[in-house]
Design a protein around this ligand. Structure first.
Ligand code: PEP
Ligand code: MN
Length: 356
């Protein structure tokens, strides 16, 4: 993919920022969100019109009418505009309304039939297309969707990492699994790679941290959800940030790329960083489960430390680790430290409860 072009000619430099509400909800809300985006210095505006929702009965977007509000936002604030499409009909309507580009959501990217239909409809169309990762961490499926669109002749192309659905409890709404986008970057180095910290975090307080993390990991830019009154948002209320927070976020992000770009160790370091992040996420998740066990034990008047259970766990872990080429002693030390912390968390929770 050597002939990839910038999404927009006047946005050829990195970092590339895209911001706007999860959904265009009303004319006023769309224009207020667009004003906030422009005031934060962001040049590309996003707003969903047709929302793919996990559960029936949720707000599914206003539909075609909202395209007019997005067109007005483009006129009023001189922004490039993007909306989500999931079918050739959406694409046709969106293009007719004058949007400058489209993104394809995670649920759609997961389905090769839907992707091929969209790719066929994109043949001969010069528009910007952003392809979010599929809901499962399958880099080949993501690349396949990108290739279908590329093969239709689209060259204003970018990938958007928005995390992956998990069955486990996690601090994130969608687990970042950074190694997947890093692998995409390794296989398609010319393709701009953005991250969407809003859908990864699922919570306002995680957005800034994830955004910086993405830039530090070598991403070319970000897609961020911003709403004039996030608490009143009809979709993804928890993760949208106010225009003021957006401006502060963009202002405070640090772009360290140029310092490390020529460093041959960079890719290894990015990989190590992403593995370390996963270790931290797993530890946080494990402590969460430990606290739940603590509650269960309290409710059933059981002792916090169940020594037999720990010995069994330790033996099994040491054997498994040895088969993976890790030293028994090393794993013994790590698991003992983890166990000690789990016990501490359970005891602390118990004490906190008794003081309530
Ligand atoms: C969105 O961007 O609002 C959206 C629905 O994204 P995703 O496909 O990543 O869930
Ligand atoms: Mn959303």
């Amino acid at each position: 993919m050597k002939d990839i072009k910038p999404l927009f000619d006047d946005c050829a430099t990195t970092p590339l920022y895209i911001a706007g509400p999860c959904s265009a909800e009303s004319r006023e809300q769309t224009l207020a969100a667009a004003r906030g985006v422009a005031q934060a210095g962001v040049k590309i505006f996003r707003a969903g019109v047709w929302k793919p929702r996990t559960k029936p009965g949720s707000f599914e977007g206003v539909g075609s009418e909202a395209l007019e509000w997005i067109a007005e936002a483009k006129q009023s604030y001189g922004l490039h505009t993007l909306t989500e499409i999931a079918t050739p009909e959406h694409l046709e309507e969106a293009l007719r309304s004058g949007v400058d580009g489209v993104w394809i959501g995670a649920r759609t990217t997961t389905n090769p039939f839907a992707m091929q239909e969209i790719a066929d409809a994109l043949r001969g169309v010069d528009t910007a297309v952003l392809i979010k990762n599929p809901v499962i961490p399958d880099v080949a499926l993501w690349i396949g969707s990108i290739e279908r669109v590329y093969n239709s002749g689209v060259r204003r192309l970018a990938a958007v990492h928005r995390g992956f659905g998990t069955y486990d409890m996690s601090v994130y709404r969608n687990s970042p699994q950074w190694s997947v986008p890093i692998e995409l970057r390794r296989r398609l180095p010319e393709l701009p790679l953005l991250s969407d910290p809003s859908h990864i975090g699922g919570s306002r307080r995680l957005v800034a941290m994830l955004a910086q993390e993405a830039l530090d990991l070598g991403f070319d830019g970000l897609m961020i959800e911003s709403h004039p009154t996030p608490d009143e948002a009809l979709s993804d209320a928890n993760q949208q940030i106010t225009p003021e927070s957006l401006a502060a976020l963009v202002e405070n992000l640090v772009w360290r790329r140029s310092a490390t770009a020529k460093d041959g160790l960079r890719d290894f370091r990015l990989h190590i960083d992403s593995l370390d992040n996963r270790l931290l996420e797993l530890l946080a998740e494990r402590m969460g489960v430990a606290r739940e066990i603590g509650e269960y034990k309290r409710a059933h008047s059981m002792a916090v430390v169940q020594q037999d259970r720990f010995n069994e766990l330790l033996q099994a872990a040491e054997t498994r680790a040895e088969n993976m080429g890790l030293s028994r002693k090393f794993i013994h030390n790590i698991f003992s430290a983890i166990h000690e912390e789990s016990v501490r968390q359970q005891v602390d929770e118990g004490c906190a409860d008794t003081t309530k």
